[in-house]
Design a protein around this ligand. Structure first.
Ligand SMILES: [Zn+2]
Ligand SMILES: [Zn+2]
Length: 217
C-alpha cells in the first residue's frame, strides 16, 4: 500500500471472493488493526472462522447481491470454483463499471452477462495449458487446476475477453498468473490476440508488486 501511497486505514471495506488462503490471509490482520468491515458470502465466512477471529466486522452478502459502499455499488455473482460459495464482483461508480473475476474453472452464461460493458476488466489468466501439462505439479493438483471448478487458463481467459470486449473498454488486467505454469508474456500474447488493435491498456498483475491504481470515477 505504501507503494501506491495509501494507508491501510484508507480502506473503507474489504470484499472477499472466497476462503482460499491466498485470498484471505491478510484480511484478519487488517480488520483487527483498523476495524475494516469484511464483506463476503456466508459460505466464505464459515470457512474463514478457523483463521479469523469471530469478532471481526462481518457483513454477509448473498451470492447474487448488490451492496452500496459510499459512492460504489458492488454487485456479486457466483463463480464455479472449488470453494464453498465463491463470487466475483462488478463495481459501479457513476457511469463507470469495473469487473473483477478470479479463481474460476470455466466461463458461464451468467459471467458473460455480468461482465458486459465494463470500462475496466480484471480477469484471471492463471496458466498456459501446455506448461501446466508438462510442468512439475503432481497429477491430482494438475487435474484440480484444469477442472471445471479450478482456474482459468490463458486460452479460456482469451475466450472470455472475446465475448465481453467492446469499443469503450479502457483497461484489462490479467490476474492470478501462476508462477510455475505461466509467463506474463505468454498470458499477454494470448490476450493481445483477441484484443487485436483494440486501444485498451493491457497489463499483468504481479504477485510481488502492487499494480497501479485504476480510477473508476
Ligand atoms: Zn486464488
Ligand atoms: Zn481459489
Amino acid at each position: 500500500m505504501e507503494h501506491i501511497r495509501r494507508q491501510p486505514q484508507d480502506v473503507t471495506a474489504l470484499f472477499l471472493t472466497h476462503e482460499h488462503s491466498d485470498h484471505i490471509s491478510g484480511a484478519g490482520a487488517l480488520t483487527k488493526k483498523h476495524g475494516t468491515p469484511i464483506y463476503g458470502t456466508r459460505g466464505t465466512r464459515e470457512e474463514m472462522r478457523r483463521h479469523v477471529s469471530p469478532d471481526v466486522d462481518w457483513r454477509a452478502i448473498e451470492r447474487e447481491d448488490e451492496t452500496v459502499v459510499g459512492d460504489l455499488r458492488v454487485e456479486s455473482f457466483a463463480t464455479p470454483h472449488d470453494a464453498v460459495e465463491s463470487v466475483a464482483y462488478v463495481v459501479r461508480c457513476g457511469s463507470q463499471k469495473l469487473g473483477h473475476i478470479t479463481d474460476l474453472g470455466r466461463i458461464t452464461p451468467l459471467i458473460i452477462e455480468k461482465l458486459q460493458g465494463c470500462d475496466v476488466l480484471l480477469v484471471e489468466s492463471n496458466h498456459d495449458e501446455r506448461m501446466l501439462e508438462n510442468g512439475h505439479y503432481p497429477w491430482p493438483l494438475k487435474q484440480r487446476i484444469q477442472s471445471d471448478v479450478g482456474h482459468l487458463s490463458n486460452e479460456a481467459c482469451a475466450d472470455l475477453l472475446a465475448r465481453v470486449k467492446h469499443d469503450a473498454l479502457k483497461t484489462v488486467v490479467l490476474m492470478h498468473l501462476s508462477e510455475s505454469n505461466n509467463h506474463p508474456e505468454i498470458a499477454m500474447d494470448s490476450a493481445r490476440r483477441v484484443l487485436g488493435d483494440h486501444p485498451a491498456t493491457l497489463f499483468p498483475a504481479r504477485q510481488s508488486t502492487p499494480s497501479v491504481l485504476i480510477p473508476i470515477e
